[in-house]
Design a protein around this ligand. Sequence first.
Ligand code: ARG
Length: 458
Amino acid sequence: TKQKLWGGRFTGKTDPLMHEFNQSLKYDKRMYRADITGSIAYAKALHRSNILTEDEQNKIVAGLTQVGQEWENGTFAVQPDDEDIHTANERRLSEIVGPLGGKLHTGRSRNDQVATDLRLWLQEEIKNVDEGVRGLIRVLVERADNERDYLMPGYTHLQRGQPIRWSHLLLSHAFSFRADLNRLKDLTPRVSTLPLGCGALGGNSFNVDREFLQQELGFDSLAENSLYGVGDRDFVVEFLMWASLTMTHMSRIAEDLIIYSTAEFGFITLSDAYSTGSSMMPQKKNADSLELLRGKSGRIFGQMAGFMMTLKGLPSTYNKDLQEDKEPLFDAVDNISASLKIAEGVIATLQVHPEKMFKALTTDVLATDLADYLVRKGIPFRETHHVSGRAVALAEARQCQIHELSLEDFKSLHPLYTEDVMDIFNFETSVEKRNAIGGPSRATLDRQIAVLREALAA
Ligand code: ARG
């Protein structure tokens, strides 16, 4: 059998189970593009350091390009001894260009190589995920723009609080995702820090021009310390934290919609495209899409927590534990990417039942307006709150709604209630009165939509 890449000092053979245990190619092969890109840049840097002649550089670049194409069109033949994507690509390169291939790794280690690859890979994925978040915000804003006539109860503690617009609720979630977009942008420069040229841990003695590498690979900055360069995985943690928080937002909008889609609420109906049935109960239409979105948030948070446990207590620089960075990251990227698309589809296609939302508006949600009425006549709010509370209690005792109390009832509660108190019992008016920035009135919704559209355009 052929010697392993690192086999020089070994006489004994690797235990077969250990061989498999150690092998990361099955999942890290998805970084093949990044690995080729990083190696091409490194070959050019080696030429600039006079380690490779121009002809050698060109042969290696051509060979690497071919290896990349083989991955691309599915003809790359994996060999049993290909431990990871780095050894697989180098092995194949040497088959193509001969012993010259062995010069590529001069001054480089898989330690600076793998950290470079993962950072390159993640930067590409961040672009996709960013697009996914934008798509979700866009569909929330579109619906909000078209459905601002729909009034519904706004809830605290899942108890009816005040009337709001359905659009106001949709936009509240859009603002969480807008904050996520900002956070993603904020963490990206830290992903875009280049470790290539740090070697195994102690730097590079071939005078490799790291600023050239930075330029070639389009990174924002260089890892300024080689030990840090090969040992740092904070960029993985940060992305996992970002994904956990974004999925927490996903879970919360999913929970709202799950509740609203129950027969008890009936505010929305999910499209068949995003629902499933029961194998036993023929009538069932379950919101599986939303439940999966809620469920995935736990899974992604788990990837984050798990990987932080992996990092905790590691001694300086590279340790093989760090190979455990990829599966949680890949899993989180895959699941959040899919979640964003599903959420966008669910929201784009769900059916809204404004009449059901309106029916849920009992006039007790106007009790605050009833108190505010007296505030406008000069009574301190703490006092008017009690007066309005007594109106609620009175209606409760009579088993009616507060708008069914008579003018005499109101006058008995407070002499400053006059005929126009009955004008309070209009949900539309109540919503339109709350027109300070951030409120649910039409004008303040316009502003919210404008702010979000501006964020989407940026
Ligand atoms: N497959 C390894 C990883 O993912 C690459 C680096 C291996 N380096 C080493 N010294 N064993 O981390």
